[in-house]
Design a protein around this ligand. Structure first.
Ligand SMILES: [Zn+2]
Length: 104
């Protein structure tokens, strides 16, 4: 269950982040989902404080930086750039997204 990415592609037109894993599976993650599910300290704190979820539907992913052995640091069009997304978490979100079980 600890697959590593073979390639990461940022698709701007379709607003997806496509990750191909070394076990031959792939995940296609909507940008809005990634932004909504950010787990950085700031977002986690806001959620814990009961802040209503922001509307992320128009937010696009602008940059994805691979952190060696860890995951991705994602930069969004709303200026948010703190989120670190571990590979296992990205894979989890990909499974959610695939199942259509996305309540962002
Ligand atoms: Zn965040």
């Amino acid at each position: 269950m600890s697959a590593l990415p073979r390639s990461v592609t940022l698709l701007s037109a379709s607003r997806l982040l496509r990750i191909e894993w070394d076990d031959d599976s792939a995940s296609a993650l909507p940008h809005a989902l990634l932004r909504a599910r950010c787990r950085c300290a700031f977002c986690t704190k806001a959620a814990r404080a009961g802040a209503p979820p922001e509307d992320c539907s128009e937010v696009a992913l602008t940059e994805a930086h691979a952190m060696a052995g860890t995951g991705l640091n994602l930069v969004f069009s709303d200026g948010h750039r703190r989120g670190i997304y571990p590979w296992a978490y990205l894979r989890e979100l990909g499974a959610l997204s695939e199942a259509g079980d996305v309540a962002s």
